[in-house]
Design a protein around this ligand. Structure first.
Ligand code: SF4
Ligand code: SF4
Length: 173
């Protein structure tokens, strides 16, 4: 059926209203315009270097209602949001935006790859996306550089809580 969807699909797996759910969200409204020409995949810089990432496939899965499969797919998160596909689509499908919509729906169910969950945890615990090693902080000190600014973690956690960030990475507050 599609590039990486090798197994057959049971009718019970199909959520026929999913296309309307995606179409009703800003950015997903042109989902049904897609006629599967494949231009998005052929021009996608990520698909060029991946055996599994195919934007056309993600669009098709959303169209036919494979809600669980598309939202739980790690390959969804390979999209670099470069918008090449949106620029090239002959049907005016905002492919990159549809993928953003799918990512947001996936995050609502904590379908987020482990690597991003760990990144999110680091942000919540340190205020930085990367845990800065002690030796690097010491090196700054030795070089006479000022200390890095401290994050207000309480405020950060509160703000991110308003967009359910903790829930999306599997850390309920
Ligand atoms: S380029 Fe547009 S019409 Fe063609 S497969 Fe991609 S989304 Fe569908
Ligand atoms: S926005 Fe995502 S799917 Fe579209 S071309 Fe860029 S990486 Fe590929």
């Amino acid at each position: 059926m599609t590039e990486t969807m090798q197994r057959s699909v049971k009718s019970s797996e199909i959520k026929k209203d999913f296309k309307y759910e995606v179409s009703s969200i800003h950015g997903g409204d042109k989902l049904l315009n897609c006629f599967q020409c494949g231009t998005c995949t052929s021009d996608c810089p990520i698909a060029r270097f991946s055996d599994t990432y195919r934007p056309r496939q993600l669009i098709r899965m959303a169209q036919i209602g494979l809600r669980e499969q598309v939202l739980s797919s790690d390959s969804l998160w390979l999209c670099a949001s470069c918008f090449t596909c949106s620029d090239r689509c002959p049907q005016d499908v905002e492919v990159a935006s549809v993928i953003r919509v799918l990512k947001n729906l996936a995050a609502q169910q904590a379908f987020v790859p482990q690597v991003f969950k760990e990144l999110g945890t680091t942000i919540l615990e340190t205020g930085y996306a990367y845990r800065i090693p002690e030796r690097r902080l010491k090196k700054r000190e030795d070089l006479g550089l000022p200390p890095l600014p401290k994050s207000n973690l309480e405020t950060l956690n509160t703000i991110l809580g308003h967009v359910h960030f903790q829930k999306s990475i599997g850390r309920d507050r």
